[in-house]
Design a protein around this ligand. Structure first.
Ligand code: IMP
Ligand code: MG
Length: 186
């Protein structure tokens, strides 16, 4: 078994660049919600690393909850509609909600989870993503806070996975082509 970092072909966003952008995003969020409390909803597993680091750059009060959604099996393209595996438990009625995901790709996940949250009667709903792949939307969706716009390539690291692997990498990168669909994971 090789170390996960050795499987990366090309770095798309470095660790230092992520750290710097997170400070800026934290400031943007502090400003947008000044004087209010925010209910942060993380879409897991993908957003766990991003949310863990981002909320420590947020100085306004927050409540945190997660929704567990799956839209990928062990492949590099969506094979099913987003499936809600574990629901939100926090009462979002009248809350200012900030929904956070790792990446906005086709838009299906954020569109679906936004619908669910709106049914819970929040006072407001904004969305935040670390990465935005702008080229592949199948539903119209734009995030309010975006870390980085990236080209339409399958990336891993900093919470993003391939078959639940590579989430621990501190950077965002593209896997070596021969590793993107290994036969043993098919
Ligand atoms: P969407 O529903 O197509 O917008 O995709 C959102 C979800 O797909 C994210 O929460 C990720 O889990 C996954 N995803 C999309 N693109 C990538 C990628 O390049 N690498 C890893 N996961 C991805
Ligand atoms: Mg995933």
């Amino acid at each position: 078994m090789t170390a996960p970092i050795e499987d990366i072909d090309k770095i798309v966003v470095t660790e230092a660049t992520i750290r710097k952008r997170l400070t800026e995003l934290g400031e943007e969020i502090n400003l947008a919600y000044e004087g209010r409390e925010v209910a942060v909803i993380a879409i897991i597993n993908g957003a766990i690393i991003f949310v863990a680091d981002l909320i420590r750059q947020i100085s306004i009060p927050i409540q945190l909850d997660c929704i567990r959604v799956s839209s990928y099996r062990d492949e590099t393209s969506p094979v099913q509609a987003p499936e809600i595996i574990d629901r939100i438990r926090l009462d979002l009625a009248g809350a200012d909600v900030l929904l956070i995901d790792d990446i906005l790709d086709t838009g299906n996940t954020l569109a679906r989870v936004s619908e669910i949250i709106k049914e819970m009667g929040p006072a407001s709903l904004k969305t935040c993503v670390l990465l935005d792949k702008h080229t592949k939307r199948s539903v119209e969706f734009e995030a309010d806070f975006v870390g980085f716009k990236i080209p339409d390539e399958f990336v891993v690291g900093y919470g993003l996975d391939f078959a639940e692997r590579y989430r621990q990498l501190p950077l965002i990168g593209i896997l070596k082509p021969e590793l993107q669909n290994p036969p043993e994971w098919a």
